[in-house]
Design a protein around this ligand. Structure first.
Ligand code: TYM
Length: 343
């Protein structure tokens, strides 16, 4: 594609052929089924409808301590999972955040327009800072949402497909964008909308089903690259209640979570699933779910291994993603710098 067609329009609201979609995942910790069902699976399913960019957000990862070699490795691992899950490098720009310097540059400007009080209210910061202790938590962790706002606003994004836990950050992105649009003109930024599905937006931990499945809690997490028997064992041991009847009942969070995963992986309707398991026990559901998980992950793991066997090819794919997307980011950055009076 020529640079001319890829360059951002002169104003944020100029006509676009397709809605612009942007989302990202941190290369920290092992990716799990929550990331897949809440984000990646939908990105793949909707890749033709939209103009998509998906980012491996390594600048976000360093807001908490990281081992340098492990971070570099996790970045490649995540890129391989994106392609292995079905994102097509010819249709979608998959790239690494630190390869496009406009992210950090716009983030700085947005920091200067984001009141500290807004950042203090972010639940993810409060949770993470509580774990680290506020004395030790980095300034980067505090300013994390402004960097995320920069990611989204750089591409004149219309839709941000994410799981439920990112909704607050997208609201903050809109607030910052509106604040700057009020001051500098409504054409400065497009206001993005969160794109959160009704099922799968919050996959829960298998060990503690009232908490979300998370990279920081491996016991409750079904890791995308884990050996088959490890995931099977975790599902068979999943915490449920002492009831019998298999029904989509939100007051039974362990069972509800298993059923929701089954629904997403099988593509069946809820009534159909309830009928399938009528008169059967939780053990039957767990066995059937384990099979669905394994069937879903097998081809992804196979493609993943192929991609990882050819590191030069993988590197070329992510560099191509960054080269394709960078002119767009640069154009937006320039627009904002000019509006603010920089340069
Ligand atoms: P991250 O890396 O924590 O998670 C990546 C995606 O997975 C979703 N997710 C879940 N969905 C359902 N159930 C779960 N248990 C679950 N756990 C995680 C997340 O909602 C997310 O969609 N701040 C972001 C990364 C980011 C970003 C962005 C996202 C940086 N810049 C710009 C969108 C747009 C994060 O830490 O996601």
């Amino acid at each position: 594609m020529s640079t001319a067609t890829m360059t951002a329009p002169a104003t944020a609201t100029a006509t676009k052929a397709k809605p612009r979609v942007f989302s990202g995942i941190q290369p920290s910790g092992a990716l799990h089924l929550g990331n897949y069902l809440g984000a990646i699976k939908r990105w793949v399913a909707e890749q033709d409808q939209n103009d998509n960019s998906f980012c491996i957000v390594d600048l976000h990862a360093i807001t908490v301590p990281q081992d340098a070699a492990a971070l570099h490795e996790a970045t490649r691992e995540l890129a391989a999972v994106f392609f292995a899950s079905g994102l097509d490098p010819d249709r979608v720009s998959v790239f690494v955040q630190s390869h496009v310097s406009a992210h950090a540059e716009l983030a700085w400007i947005l920091n200067c327009f984001t009141p500290m009080g807004w950042l203090e209210r972010m639940t993810q910061f409060k949770d993470k800072a509580a774990r680290e202790g506020t004395e030790r938590a980095s300034t980067g962790l505090f300013a994390y949402p402004a960097l995320m706002a920069a990611d989204i606003l750089l591409y004149d994004t219309d839709l941000v497909p994410v799981g439920d836990d990112q909704k607050q950050h997208i609201e903050l992105t809109r607030d910052v964008a509106e604040r700057m649009n009020t001051r500098y003109g409504k054409d400065l930024f497009v206001l993005p909308r969160p794109h959160i599905s009704t099922t799968g937006a919050r996959i829960m931990s298998l060990a503690e089903p009232t908490r979300k499945m998370s990279k920081s809690e491996p016991e409750g997490s079904l890791e995308l690259l884990a050996p088959t028997d490890v995931n099977r064992r975790k599902i068979m041991r999943a915490v449920t209640d002492s009831g019998r009847e298999i029904r989509f009942d939100e007051s039974r969070p362990g069972l509800f979570n298993l059923l929701e995963m089954y629904q997403l992986l099988s593509g069946q309707a809820r009534e159909e699933i309830e009928q399938e398991f009528a008169g059967k026990g939780y053990g039957d559901l767990k066995k059937a779910l384990a099979e669905r998980v394994i069937e879903t992950l097998r081809p992804i793991q196979e493609r993943y291994n192929e991609l990882r066997a050819n590191p030069d090819h993988l590197e070329a794919l992510i560099r191509r993603g960054a080269d394709r997307i960078a002119p767009r980011a640069q154009a937006t950055l320039k627009r904002v710098q000019t509006a603010v009076g920089l340069g």
